[in-house]
Design a protein around this ligand. Structure first.
Ligand SMILES: Nc1ncnc2c1ncn2[C@@H]1O[C@H](COP(=O)(O)OP(=O)(O)OP(=O)(O)O)[C@@H](O)[C@H]1O
Ligand SMILES: Cc1ncsc1CCO
Ligand SMILES: [Mg+2]
Length: 267
């Protein structure tokens, strides 16, 4: 049932061409735009406080990414988030670097109080910090935490009334009742920047064309991990991470229900 629902999303997304508004970081913004296009969505990145609410009114989903947050961007995020809630479109939140500095952690907690977030997508360290955990993070990369990712995903979903997507060696997605684990992926996905950010874009693209947000979260997460594995297999001698980045976008753009069904590994 779940598999059939997700397979349908691949056709629906190409037809629906969801507009995905991003307020995101200035490191991976271009990768996020291309990942959105590759899966069949249309990206738009607008950050001015003056226009974000109007842009949300045109959009099918909103991505909020804390990667290079500052005070003015944060104000824009709050406005956009509230406009999205009012319109009833899904908000996907990527708490990049949360836990590393008090500024990020405080803003993230404030954001979650003021905006209904449909899906949270982060690495385990970031999500752990969101629910009050403490880990010795140095920045945007994941470090060891003290509870399992399955427990963390379920607890986050229940505590924050959301769908939690935690990426890593295995990816875990939970709506608080059901928890799904994905075994795809490749360590090369951590050797280029933005694969987590792009995952949030993929999830939001799927979330923009269905009410079944749990399936959308699983679809977006598994597409990134499977595309990452396939891109790695396509590298030839002498090709490194620059080529890998390009091949990753190729693989996302070629993903369809058949490739996905044959390649996805639920654990
Ligand atoms: N050790 C690993 N082995 C295989 N795949 C991995 C591993 N760690 C992460 N991945 C994959 O990398 C992708 C991005 O997840 P990751 O947890 O690195 O996100 P992130 O830390 O938010 O990344 P970024 O902040 O750079 O955007 C996912 O598809 C995930 O499955
Ligand atoms: C490296 C980096 N720093 C802030 S955002 C970002 C992109 C990946 O999270
Ligand atoms: Mg990240």
């Amino acid at each position: 049932m779940l598999i059939d629902n997700i397979k349908e999303l691949f056709l629906k997304i190409k037809k629906g061409n969801p507009l995905v508004h991003h307020i995101t970081n200035n490191v991976t913004i271009n990768d996020c735009a291309n990942a959105t296009l590759a899966i069949g969505g249309s990206p738009v990145m607008a950050t001015s406080i003056e226009e974000v609410a109007d842009m949300v009114n045109l959009a099918n989903a909103l991505v909020i990414n804390f990667g290079t947050i500052d005070d003015s961007t944060y104000e824009a995020m709050l406005r956009a988030g509230k406009a999205a809630n009012k319109k009833g479109i899904p908000v996907v939140f990527d708490p990049v670097g949360v836990g590393a500095t008090p500024f990020r952690t405080e803003r993230a907690i404030d954001f979650l109080k003021k905006v209904d977030v449909s899906i949270i997508r982060g690495n385990a360290t970031e999500v752990f910090a969101l629910i009050g955990g403490k880990a010795a993070t140095r920045g945007v990369d994941a470090v060891e935490i003290t509870i399992s990712k399955e427990e963390l995903a379920k607890k986050t979903a229940q505590q924050l009334n959301t769908i939690a997507v935690i990426s890593g060696k295995h990816d875990v997605i939970s709506n608080g009742e059901e928890t799904v684990k994905i075994g795809n992926g490749d360590i090369w996905l951590t050797r280029i920047t933005g694969t987590g950010c792009m995952t949030a874009s993929l999830i939001a693209s799927f979330a923009g064309i269905t009410d079944d947000l749990f399936s959308a979260a699983i679809a977006g997460m598994s597409v990134m991990s499977l595309a990452g594995e396939r891109a790695k297999n396509r590298l030839i001698d002498g090709e490194g991470i620059g080529t890998y980045r390009v091949k990753l976008i190729d693989e996302i753009s070629m993903m369809d229900s058949q490739i996905w069904e044959e390649g996805v590994r639920f654990l």
